[in-house]
Design a protein around this ligand. Structure first.
Ligand code: NAD
Length: 478
Protein backbone atom coordinates (compact mmCIF):
# COMPACT_ATOMS: atom_id res chain seq x y z
CA UNK A 1 0.00 0.00 0.00
CA UNK A 2 2.36 2.76 -1.20
CA UNK A 3 -0.12 4.96 -3.07
CA UNK A 4 -0.45 8.69 -2.39
CA UNK A 5 -2.86 9.59 0.38
CA UNK A 6 -6.22 11.18 -0.31
CA UNK A 7 -7.33 13.56 2.42
CA UNK A 8 -10.95 13.40 1.32
CA UNK A 9 -11.58 9.71 2.05
CA UNK A 10 -11.14 7.93 5.38
CA UNK A 11 -10.75 4.23 6.15
CA UNK A 12 -10.09 2.01 9.11
CA UNK A 13 -6.72 0.27 8.85
CA UNK A 14 -6.39 -3.43 9.68
CA UNK A 15 -3.36 -5.51 8.66
CA UNK A 16 -2.24 -2.65 6.40
CA UNK A 17 -5.54 -2.87 4.47
CA UNK A 18 -7.99 0.00 4.08
CA UNK A 19 -11.25 -1.32 5.48
CA UNK A 20 -14.55 0.20 4.49
CA UNK A 21 -17.03 -1.01 7.10
CA UNK A 22 -20.19 -0.08 5.20
CA UNK A 23 -21.55 2.14 7.96
CA UNK A 24 -20.29 5.71 8.32
CA UNK A 25 -20.80 9.01 10.16
CA UNK A 26 -19.15 12.43 10.06
CA UNK A 27 -17.44 14.80 12.50
CA UNK A 28 -18.11 18.53 12.86
CA UNK A 29 -15.74 21.42 12.17
CA UNK A 30 -15.77 23.29 15.51
CA UNK A 31 -14.92 26.59 13.75
CA UNK A 32 -17.99 26.54 11.51
CA UNK A 33 -20.31 23.81 12.74
CA UNK A 34 -20.16 22.28 9.24
CA UNK A 35 -20.13 18.55 8.60
CA UNK A 36 -16.71 17.04 7.88
CA UNK A 37 -15.99 13.93 5.78
CA UNK A 38 -17.76 10.58 6.15
CA UNK A 39 -15.70 8.22 8.28
CA UNK A 40 -16.14 4.48 9.06
CA UNK A 41 -17.87 2.85 12.03
CA UNK A 42 -16.03 -0.31 13.11
CA UNK A 43 -17.96 -3.48 13.97
CA UNK A 44 -17.07 -6.02 16.66
CA UNK A 45 -15.86 -8.30 13.86
CA UNK A 46 -13.41 -5.54 12.84
CA UNK A 47 -12.10 -5.42 16.42
CA UNK A 48 -11.51 -9.19 16.31
CA UNK A 49 -9.71 -8.95 12.95
CA UNK A 50 -7.58 -6.04 14.20
CA UNK A 51 -6.52 -7.87 17.36
CA UNK A 52 -5.80 -11.06 15.40
CA UNK A 53 -3.63 -9.15 12.91
CA UNK A 54 -1.79 -7.41 15.76
CA UNK A 55 -1.18 -10.79 17.45
CA UNK A 56 0.26 -12.34 14.31
CA UNK A 57 2.50 -9.32 13.73
CA UNK A 58 3.63 -9.29 17.38
CA UNK A 59 5.40 -12.65 16.91
CA UNK A 60 7.92 -11.20 14.46
CA UNK A 61 7.80 -7.49 15.33
CA UNK A 62 8.71 -8.15 18.97
CA UNK A 63 11.79 -10.12 17.86
CA UNK A 64 13.06 -7.42 15.50
CA UNK A 65 16.15 -5.71 16.99
CA UNK A 66 15.21 -2.30 18.33
CA UNK A 67 17.69 -0.59 15.98
CA UNK A 68 15.62 -1.85 13.05
CA UNK A 69 12.35 -0.89 14.67
CA UNK A 70 13.88 2.49 15.37
CA UNK A 71 14.80 2.90 11.67
CA UNK A 72 11.21 2.16 10.66
CA UNK A 73 9.92 4.62 13.24
CA UNK A 74 12.23 7.26 11.82
CA UNK A 75 10.82 6.46 8.36
CA UNK A 76 7.33 6.77 9.84
CA UNK A 77 8.25 10.19 11.27
CA UNK A 78 9.50 11.18 7.79
CA UNK A 79 6.23 9.86 6.31
CA UNK A 80 4.25 12.07 8.69
CA UNK A 81 6.53 15.01 7.90
CA UNK A 82 5.77 14.55 4.19
CA UNK A 83 2.07 15.12 4.90
CA UNK A 84 2.65 17.83 7.49
CA UNK A 85 0.55 20.45 5.71
CA UNK A 86 -2.35 18.11 4.99
CA UNK A 87 -2.36 16.75 8.57
CA UNK A 88 -2.13 20.30 10.01
CA UNK A 89 -5.13 21.20 7.89
CA UNK A 90 -7.04 18.13 9.14
CA UNK A 91 -6.16 19.01 12.73
CA UNK A 92 -7.31 22.56 12.17
CA UNK A 93 -10.63 21.29 10.88
CA UNK A 94 -11.22 18.67 13.56
CA UNK A 95 -9.68 20.64 16.47
CA UNK A 96 -6.60 22.84 15.60
CA UNK A 97 -3.10 21.77 16.69
CA UNK A 98 0.73 21.74 16.36
CA UNK A 99 3.35 18.98 16.01
CA UNK A 100 5.09 16.69 18.51
CA UNK A 101 8.81 16.23 19.13
CA UNK A 102 10.60 13.15 17.94
CA UNK A 103 12.28 10.94 20.43
CA UNK A 104 14.43 7.82 20.59
CA UNK A 105 13.32 5.10 22.90
CA UNK A 106 14.37 1.64 24.04
CA UNK A 107 14.46 -0.28 27.29
CA UNK A 108 17.84 -1.91 27.82
CA UNK A 109 18.06 -4.76 30.29
CA UNK A 110 19.45 -3.95 33.76
CA UNK A 111 22.09 -6.00 35.56
CA UNK A 112 21.06 -5.86 39.23
CA UNK A 113 23.71 -8.14 40.69
CA UNK A 114 26.98 -9.49 39.35
CA UNK A 115 29.09 -11.63 41.68
CA UNK A 116 31.37 -14.62 41.21
CA UNK A 117 28.32 -16.85 41.73
CA UNK A 118 25.43 -15.19 40.10
CA UNK A 119 24.20 -12.62 37.60
CA UNK A 120 20.70 -11.22 38.11
CA UNK A 121 19.21 -9.33 35.23
CA UNK A 122 15.88 -7.60 34.65
CA UNK A 123 14.68 -7.75 31.06
CA UNK A 124 11.80 -5.78 29.57
CA UNK A 125 9.93 -7.87 26.99
CA UNK A 126 7.06 -6.12 25.21
CA UNK A 127 3.70 -6.66 26.80
CA UNK A 128 1.91 -7.75 23.57
CA UNK A 129 -0.96 -6.13 21.71
CA UNK A 130 -1.67 -2.63 23.03
CA UNK A 131 -4.98 -0.79 22.69
CA UNK A 132 -4.45 2.97 22.45
CA UNK A 133 -7.57 5.04 23.20
CA UNK A 134 -7.41 8.81 22.76
CA UNK A 135 -9.63 11.87 23.47
CA UNK A 136 -10.66 14.71 21.17
CA UNK A 137 -8.43 17.52 22.41
CA UNK A 138 -5.04 16.45 20.94
CA UNK A 139 -5.90 13.82 18.31
CA UNK A 140 -2.53 13.82 16.52
CA UNK A 141 -0.04 14.13 19.38
CA UNK A 142 -1.81 11.65 21.62
CA UNK A 143 -2.08 9.08 18.80
CA UNK A 144 1.69 9.36 18.27
CA UNK A 145 2.24 9.14 22.03
CA UNK A 146 0.54 5.71 21.96
CA UNK A 147 2.01 4.38 18.69
CA UNK A 148 5.68 5.34 19.18
CA UNK A 149 6.33 3.70 22.59
CA UNK A 150 4.26 0.63 21.63
CA UNK A 151 6.30 0.04 18.51
CA UNK A 152 9.66 0.96 20.00
CA UNK A 153 9.27 -1.58 22.79
CA UNK A 154 8.15 -4.29 20.34
CA UNK A 155 4.40 -4.18 20.92
CA UNK A 156 1.82 -3.94 18.16
CA UNK A 157 -1.18 -1.63 18.45
CA UNK A 158 -4.87 -1.17 17.82
CA UNK A 159 -5.53 2.58 18.07
CA UNK A 160 -8.99 4.04 18.64
CA UNK A 161 -9.35 7.82 18.26
CA UNK A 162 -12.27 9.77 19.70
CA UNK A 163 -15.35 9.60 17.43
CA UNK A 164 -15.33 13.42 17.62
CA UNK A 165 -11.87 13.70 15.99
CA UNK A 166 -11.09 10.54 13.99
CA UNK A 167 -9.51 12.08 10.90
CA UNK A 168 -5.83 12.67 11.63
CA UNK A 169 -5.48 9.30 13.43
CA UNK A 170 -6.97 7.43 10.46
CA UNK A 171 -4.47 9.11 8.14
CA UNK A 172 -1.65 8.24 10.57
CA UNK A 173 -2.85 4.63 10.13
CA UNK A 174 -2.60 4.88 6.34
CA UNK A 175 0.91 6.33 6.56
CA UNK A 176 1.94 3.62 9.04
CA UNK A 177 0.57 0.98 6.64
CA UNK A 178 3.03 2.18 3.99
CA UNK A 179 5.97 1.62 6.32
CA UNK A 180 5.45 -1.11 8.91
CA UNK A 181 4.82 -4.83 8.31
CA UNK A 182 1.11 -5.80 8.19
CA UNK A 183 -0.57 -5.99 11.58
CA UNK A 184 1.86 -3.73 13.44
CA UNK A 185 -0.48 -0.68 13.43
CA UNK A 186 -4.29 -0.87 13.26
CA UNK A 187 -6.49 2.24 13.52
CA UNK A 188 -10.22 1.82 14.08
CA UNK A 189 -12.78 4.59 14.08
CA UNK A 190 -16.29 3.90 15.24
CA UNK A 191 -19.08 4.78 17.62
CA UNK A 192 -19.55 4.47 21.39
CA UNK A 193 -19.62 0.67 21.25
CA UNK A 194 -16.05 0.43 19.97
CA UNK A 195 -14.18 1.38 23.20
CA UNK A 196 -15.93 -1.25 25.35
CA UNK A 197 -15.42 -3.94 22.67
CA UNK A 198 -11.71 -3.18 22.70
CA UNK A 199 -11.22 -2.97 26.47
CA UNK A 200 -12.99 -6.30 27.07
CA UNK A 201 -11.14 -8.12 24.26
CA UNK A 202 -9.06 -10.96 25.75
CA UNK A 203 -6.41 -10.59 23.02
CA UNK A 204 -5.38 -7.14 24.24
CA UNK A 205 -2.59 -7.16 26.82
CA UNK A 206 -2.59 -3.49 27.75
CA UNK A 207 -4.82 -0.45 27.41
CA UNK A 208 -3.11 2.90 27.14
CA UNK A 209 -5.97 5.33 27.70
CA UNK A 210 -6.12 9.12 27.67
CA UNK A 211 -9.42 10.77 28.50
CA UNK A 212 -11.75 11.65 31.35
CA UNK A 213 -11.61 10.24 34.87
CA UNK A 214 -15.12 8.79 34.54
CA UNK A 215 -14.22 6.81 31.41
CA UNK A 216 -10.81 5.88 32.87
CA UNK A 217 -12.59 4.11 35.71
CA UNK A 218 -14.72 2.14 33.23
CA UNK A 219 -11.62 1.21 31.26
CA UNK A 220 -9.90 -0.05 34.40
CA UNK A 221 -12.96 -2.07 35.43
CA UNK A 222 -13.17 -3.67 31.96
CA UNK A 223 -9.42 -4.36 31.95
CA UNK A 224 -9.69 -6.12 35.32
CA UNK A 225 -11.59 -8.97 33.67
CA UNK A 226 -8.45 -10.35 32.01
CA UNK A 227 -5.99 -8.36 34.17
CA UNK A 228 -4.86 -6.18 31.29
CA UNK A 229 -2.20 -3.63 32.16
CA UNK A 230 -3.50 -0.07 32.11
CA UNK A 231 -2.01 3.33 31.59
CA UNK A 232 -4.52 5.99 32.51
CA UNK A 233 -3.85 9.61 31.57
CA UNK A 234 -6.86 11.41 32.96
CA UNK A 235 -8.18 14.83 33.90
CA UNK A 236 -6.60 17.27 36.32
CA UNK A 237 -7.19 20.58 38.04
CA UNK A 238 -3.75 22.13 37.76
CA UNK A 239 -2.92 25.07 40.00
CA UNK A 240 -0.45 27.91 39.41
CA UNK A 241 1.23 29.42 42.49
CA UNK A 242 2.67 32.92 42.11
CA UNK A 243 4.95 34.12 44.91
CA UNK A 244 5.61 37.79 45.69
CA UNK A 245 9.26 37.78 44.50
CA UNK A 246 8.45 36.85 40.88
CA UNK A 247 8.31 39.36 38.02
CA UNK A 248 4.56 40.01 38.22
CA UNK A 249 3.85 41.27 34.66
CA UNK A 250 5.72 38.19 33.41
CA UNK A 251 3.71 35.91 35.72
CA UNK A 252 0.48 37.44 34.35
CA UNK A 253 1.67 36.79 30.79
CA UNK A 254 2.73 33.19 31.43
CA UNK A 255 -0.33 32.30 33.51
CA UNK A 256 -2.70 33.77 30.93
CA UNK A 257 -1.28 31.52 28.21
CA UNK A 258 -1.25 28.46 30.48
CA UNK A 259 -4.90 29.03 31.42
CA UNK A 260 -6.37 30.08 28.06
CA UNK A 261 -4.38 28.11 25.48
CA UNK A 262 -6.80 26.20 23.21
CA UNK A 263 -9.58 27.83 25.27
CA UNK A 264 -8.56 25.85 28.35
CA UNK A 265 -9.10 22.49 26.59
CA UNK A 266 -5.68 21.23 27.67
CA UNK A 267 -5.28 18.54 30.35
CA UNK A 268 -2.14 20.20 31.78
CA UNK A 269 -3.46 23.76 31.41
CA UNK A 270 -3.73 26.00 34.49
CA UNK A 271 -7.22 25.67 35.97
CA UNK A 272 -6.82 27.80 39.16
CA UNK A 273 -4.36 30.58 40.01
CA UNK A 274 -3.12 31.28 43.57
CA UNK A 275 -1.36 34.66 43.94
CA UNK A 276 0.44 35.86 47.09
CA UNK A 277 -1.77 38.47 48.78
CA UNK A 278 0.98 41.13 48.75
CA UNK A 279 1.15 41.18 44.91
CA UNK A 280 -2.44 40.31 44.16
CA UNK A 281 -3.55 43.80 43.03
CA UNK A 282 -0.57 44.23 40.77
CA UNK A 283 -1.09 40.78 39.28
CA UNK A 284 -4.79 41.42 38.63
CA UNK A 285 -4.02 44.74 36.92
CA UNK A 286 -1.81 42.98 34.34
CA UNK A 287 -3.81 39.76 34.08
CA UNK A 288 -7.14 41.51 33.41
CA UNK A 289 -5.57 43.70 30.75
CA UNK A 290 -4.15 40.68 28.94
CA UNK A 291 -7.28 38.50 29.13
CA UNK A 292 -9.60 41.35 28.07
CA UNK A 293 -7.77 41.32 24.76
CA UNK A 294 -8.51 37.63 24.16
CA UNK A 295 -11.50 37.16 21.85
CA UNK A 296 -13.41 33.94 21.22
CA UNK A 297 -12.41 32.44 17.88
CA UNK A 298 -9.22 34.52 17.61
CA UNK A 299 -5.62 33.43 18.27
CA UNK A 300 -5.51 30.55 20.70
CA UNK A 301 -9.06 31.14 21.98
CA UNK A 302 -10.44 28.39 19.76
CA UNK A 303 -14.07 27.31 19.75
CA UNK A 304 -15.10 24.58 22.19
CA UNK A 305 -14.64 21.35 20.25
CA UNK A 306 -18.05 19.74 20.72
CA UNK A 307 -21.57 20.33 21.94
CA UNK A 308 -21.33 18.19 25.07
CA UNK A 309 -18.23 20.09 26.23
CA UNK A 310 -19.90 23.40 25.30
CA UNK A 311 -22.88 22.57 27.53
CA UNK A 312 -20.51 21.64 30.37
CA UNK A 313 -18.61 24.94 30.06
CA UNK A 314 -21.90 26.83 29.89
CA UNK A 315 -23.09 25.21 33.11
CA UNK A 316 -19.91 26.33 34.93
CA UNK A 317 -20.41 29.94 33.70
CA UNK A 318 -24.07 29.79 34.79
CA UNK A 319 -23.11 28.39 38.21
CA UNK A 320 -20.64 31.28 38.79
CA UNK A 321 -23.22 33.80 37.65
CA UNK A 322 -26.06 32.34 39.72
CA UNK A 323 -23.91 32.36 42.86
CA UNK A 324 -22.89 35.98 42.28
CA UNK A 325 -19.15 35.41 41.85
CA UNK A 326 -17.05 38.36 40.73
CA UNK A 327 -16.52 38.23 36.92
CA UNK A 328 -13.57 40.64 36.53
CA UNK A 329 -13.35 39.62 32.86
CA UNK A 330 -16.43 38.45 30.93
CA UNK A 331 -20.07 38.70 31.85
CA UNK A 332 -20.95 35.11 32.58
CA UNK A 333 -23.44 35.09 29.71
CA UNK A 334 -22.87 32.75 26.81
CA UNK A 335 -24.80 33.64 23.68
CA UNK A 336 -25.20 30.72 21.27
CA UNK A 337 -23.59 31.82 18.02
CA UNK A 338 -24.32 30.44 14.57
CA UNK A 339 -21.58 28.06 13.46
CA UNK A 340 -19.09 27.00 16.12
CA UNK A 341 -19.26 26.76 19.91
CA UNK A 342 -17.69 30.08 20.88
CA UNK A 343 -17.25 31.16 24.51
CA UNK A 344 -15.83 34.53 25.60
CA UNK A 345 -12.97 34.22 28.12
CA UNK A 346 -13.75 34.90 31.78
CA UNK A 347 -11.81 35.47 35.03
CA UNK A 348 -13.45 34.96 38.43
CA UNK A 349 -11.96 36.76 41.41
CA UNK A 350 -11.71 34.92 44.74
CA UNK A 351 -14.62 32.47 44.52
CA UNK A 352 -15.03 30.12 47.52
CA UNK A 353 -12.47 27.31 47.65
CA UNK A 354 -15.26 24.70 47.50
CA UNK A 355 -16.98 26.25 44.45
CA UNK A 356 -17.32 24.28 41.20
CA UNK A 357 -15.03 26.71 39.37
CA UNK A 358 -12.19 25.96 41.83
CA UNK A 359 -12.83 22.26 42.31
CA UNK A 360 -13.77 21.10 38.79
CA UNK A 361 -11.88 20.95 35.50
CA UNK A 362 -14.01 23.29 33.31
CA UNK A 363 -12.05 22.57 30.07
CA UNK A 364 -13.15 26.01 28.85
CA UNK A 365 -11.79 29.62 28.77
CA UNK A 366 -12.56 30.49 32.40
CA UNK A 367 -10.18 30.64 35.36
CA UNK A 368 -10.48 31.60 39.05
CA UNK A 369 -7.79 33.75 40.73
CA UNK A 370 -7.38 33.29 44.50
CA UNK A 371 -5.03 34.80 47.08
CA UNK A 372 -2.84 33.09 49.67
CA UNK A 373 -0.84 34.22 52.72
CA UNK A 374 1.77 31.52 53.41
CA UNK A 375 3.42 28.71 51.47
CA UNK A 376 2.08 26.17 53.93
CA UNK A 377 -1.46 27.38 53.35
CA UNK A 378 -1.25 27.35 49.55
CA UNK A 379 0.32 23.87 49.49
CA UNK A 380 -2.53 22.52 51.56
CA UNK A 381 -5.18 24.20 49.38
CA UNK A 382 -3.59 22.98 46.15
CA UNK A 383 -3.20 19.42 47.49
CA UNK A 384 -6.71 19.27 48.90
CA UNK A 385 -8.01 17.68 45.71
CA UNK A 386 -8.93 14.23 44.44
CA UNK A 387 -6.75 14.82 41.35
CA UNK A 388 -3.05 15.54 40.85
CA UNK A 389 -1.95 15.89 37.24
CA UNK A 390 0.36 18.94 37.21
CA UNK A 391 1.08 22.33 38.77
CA UNK A 392 3.11 25.45 38.03
CA UNK A 393 5.19 27.49 40.46
CA UNK A 394 6.35 31.02 39.58
CA UNK A 395 9.00 31.84 42.22
CA UNK A 396 12.40 33.50 41.96
CA UNK A 397 13.91 32.20 45.23
CA UNK A 398 15.36 28.90 44.07
CA UNK A 399 15.30 27.17 47.46
CA UNK A 400 11.67 28.14 48.07
CA UNK A 401 10.71 27.10 44.53
CA UNK A 402 12.18 23.60 45.02
CA UNK A 403 10.46 23.35 48.39
CA UNK A 404 7.10 24.31 46.89
CA UNK A 405 7.58 21.97 43.92
CA UNK A 406 8.56 19.09 46.19
CA UNK A 407 5.44 19.53 48.33
CA UNK A 408 2.85 19.25 45.58
CA UNK A 409 0.95 15.99 45.04
CA UNK A 410 1.10 16.08 41.25
CA UNK A 411 2.77 14.06 38.50
CA UNK A 412 4.51 17.12 37.03
CA UNK A 413 5.55 20.51 38.38
CA UNK A 414 6.76 23.25 36.05
CA UNK A 415 8.75 26.04 37.70
CA UNK A 416 8.80 29.54 36.17
CA UNK A 417 7.05 28.55 32.92
CA UNK A 418 7.72 26.10 30.09
CA UNK A 419 4.52 24.19 30.61
CA UNK A 420 5.11 21.33 28.21
CA UNK A 421 6.04 17.69 27.96
CA UNK A 422 9.64 16.72 27.25
CA UNK A 423 10.38 13.36 25.57
CA UNK A 424 13.03 12.58 28.22
CA UNK A 425 10.70 12.95 31.20
CA UNK A 426 7.78 10.88 32.46
CA UNK A 427 4.41 12.62 32.20
CA UNK A 428 2.64 10.89 35.06
CA UNK A 429 -0.06 11.60 37.60
CA UNK A 430 -1.05 11.34 41.24
CA UNK A 431 -4.40 10.32 42.68
CA UNK A 432 -7.36 10.17 40.28
CA UNK A 433 -5.46 11.89 37.48
CA UNK A 434 -4.11 8.53 36.40
CA UNK A 435 -1.90 5.50 36.67
CA UNK A 436 1.46 4.94 35.00
CA UNK A 437 2.55 7.66 32.62
CA UNK A 438 4.03 8.38 29.24
CA UNK A 439 7.41 9.46 27.83
CA UNK A 440 10.94 9.04 29.14
CA UNK A 441 12.66 5.73 29.89
CA UNK A 442 10.19 5.00 32.69
CA UNK A 443 7.21 5.64 30.38
CA UNK A 444 8.58 2.97 28.02
CA UNK A 445 8.67 0.37 30.76
CA UNK A 446 4.88 0.67 31.05
CA UNK A 447 4.69 -0.97 27.61
CA UNK A 448 6.74 -3.93 28.81
CA UNK A 449 6.58 -6.76 31.28
CA UNK A 450 9.58 -7.40 33.48
CA UNK A 451 11.45 -10.65 33.47
CA UNK A 452 14.03 -11.30 36.17
CA UNK A 453 16.64 -13.82 35.08
CA UNK A 454 18.83 -15.26 37.85
CA UNK A 455 21.81 -16.94 36.25
CA UNK A 456 23.94 -19.16 38.48
CA UNK A 457 27.45 -19.39 37.11
CA UNK A 458 28.57 -22.86 36.09
CA UNK A 459 31.84 -22.96 38.07
CA UNK A 460 30.20 -22.50 41.46
CA UNK A 461 26.79 -24.00 40.78
CA UNK A 462 27.18 -27.24 42.71
CA UNK A 463 28.52 -25.63 45.86
CA UNK A 464 26.32 -22.58 46.09
CA UNK A 465 23.14 -23.27 44.23
CA UNK A 466 22.06 -26.59 45.54
CA UNK A 467 21.78 -28.70 48.64
CA UNK A 468 22.07 -32.44 48.71
CA UNK A 469 19.01 -34.31 49.83
CA UNK A 470 19.09 -38.11 49.71
CA UNK A 471 21.99 -37.78 47.27
CA UNK A 472 19.98 -35.49 44.87
CA UNK A 473 20.77 -31.80 44.25
CA UNK A 474 17.67 -29.65 44.79
CA UNK A 475 17.09 -25.94 44.17
CA UNK A 476 17.84 -23.56 46.99
CA UNK A 477 15.82 -20.43 47.63
CA UNK A 478 18.44 -17.81 48.37
P1 NAD B 1 -13.60 10.68 27.22
O1 NAD B 1 -13.22 9.93 28.44
O2 NAD B 1 -15.01 11.03 27.02
O3 NAD B 1 -13.16 9.86 25.91
C1 NAD B 1 -11.84 9.43 25.71
C2 NAD B 1 -11.83 8.22 24.78
O4 NAD B 1 -12.46 7.12 25.43
C3 NAD B 1 -12.59 8.43 23.47
O5 NAD B 1 -11.88 7.80 22.43
C4 NAD B 1 -13.90 7.70 23.73
O6 NAD B 1 -14.55 7.26 22.56
C5 NAD B 1 -13.43 6.52 24.56
N1 NAD B 1 -14.43 5.88 25.40
C6 NAD B 1 -15.61 6.39 25.85
N2 NAD B 1 -16.25 5.46 26.62
C7 NAD B 1 -15.45 4.36 26.65
C8 NAD B 1 -15.54 3.09 27.29
N3 NAD B 1 -16.58 2.75 28.06
N4 NAD B 1 -14.54 2.21 27.11
C9 NAD B 1 -13.45 2.53 26.36
N5 NAD B 1 -13.31 3.72 25.73
C10 NAD B 1 -14.29 4.63 25.87
O7 NAD B 1 -12.68 11.98 27.22
P2 NAD B 1 -12.76 13.24 26.23
O8 NAD B 1 -13.94 14.06 26.59
O9 NAD B 1 -12.57 12.76 24.84
O10 NAD B 1 -11.41 14.03 26.64
C11 NAD B 1 -11.34 15.02 27.62
C12 NAD B 1 -10.69 14.49 28.88
O11 NAD B 1 -9.42 13.94 28.59
C13 NAD B 1 -10.43 15.60 29.90
O12 NAD B 1 -10.83 15.17 31.18
C14 NAD B 1 -8.91 15.77 29.87
O13 NAD B 1 -8.35 16.24 31.07
C15 NAD B 1 -8.45 14.39 29.56
N6 NAD B 1 -7.12 14.41 28.98
C16 NAD B 1 -6.09 13.95 29.75
C17 NAD B 1 -4.80 13.99 29.25
C18 NAD B 1 -3.64 13.48 30.07
O14 NAD B 1 -2.58 13.27 29.49
N7 NAD B 1 -3.78 13.30 31.35
C19 NAD B 1 -4.56 14.49 27.97
C20 NAD B 1 -5.64 14.94 27.21
C21 NAD B 1 -6.92 14.89 27.73
Amino acid sequence: MADALSFEKFYNIINNEKIDTGASYHGINPFTGEALWETPVATEKDVNSAVLAAHKAFKTWSLMPWEERSKLLKKFADGLEKYKDEISDLLGKESGKTFPNEAQWSVPEKVLKETADVRIVTQYPPVGVVAGITPWNYPFQLAILKIAPSLMTGCTIVLKPSPLTPYSALKIGEIAAQIFPPGVVQVLGGDDKLGPWITKHPGIAKVSFTGSIATGKMVMAAAAHSLKRVNLELGGNDAAIITEDFDIPKAAQLASIAAFLHSGQVCMGTKRIYVHESVHDEFMKHFILIVKNFKAGEGFISPIQNKMQYEKVKSIYQDCQKLGYDFVVGSGKIEDRAGGYYVEPAVILNPPEDSRIVQEEPFGPIVPVLTFGSDEEVISRVNDSAVGLGATVYCRDERRAWQLAGSLDTGSVWVNGGLKMDPVALFGAHKQSGIGGELGPLGLTYYTNTRTVTYWKESVKDETNGVKQNGETVALFA
